[in-house]
Ligand binder design. Sequence first.
Ligand code: E4P
Length: 221
Amino acid sequence: MISMKIFLDSANVEKIKKAASMGLVDGVTTNPTIIMKEGRDHKAVIKEISSIIDGPVSVEGVGSTAEQLVKDAREFVKWGKNIVAKIPMTQEGLKAVRILSKEGIKTNVTLVFSASQGLLAAKAGASYISPFVGRLDDISEDGMELIADLTQILANYDCETEIIVASVRHPLHVVQAAKLGAHIATLPPDVFDKLFSHPLTDKGIRQFEEDYKKAQAQAKK
Ligand code: E4P
């Protein structure tokens, strides 16, 4: 791996296309809230995203039993070659993960808020686990401490499960995730855009443009 992978946490096709055109987006994650914000049919929007992005596209259902979650996941993977079934971190969810992993269906265990949850999800055979750092910070817990714990735990056992740092709120979360060696961070498009910016870069560009024009004018004298 050259660097931490970057996923977009969005179902906005225009924003996904824009970011993907830079060659810096390795996958997409969605959830029912993200889909709802687009006001589009779930299946149609996921199929479109799956055709734009080569990497994994996580799709989440809402069933509470392993049976329902497995049924939904089997349907979701028909929507594209790169679909990953997002499964909630519950006992029924991990039962579903075990069944799906035996069928070769990739899973992303979501709503992970503790190291013990992440450990169990990895043991169940999850392809990805999604610890939510922003929502932990929101309740005065340290989201990044969880990432530190999980990166250490998975490395101890040479585990194939990858950590997707989720519920990212700002560029510092992204930098901290990379410093801790997380495999992936999934970013809302506005956070992705913010990664590029620095006021001194903008100031420097303006200065160089002005000086270039001055130099051209002097050369003409
Ligand atoms: C991750 O897969 C989730 O979709 C997402 O990161 C949740 O973020 P939020 O806490 O900003 O809703």
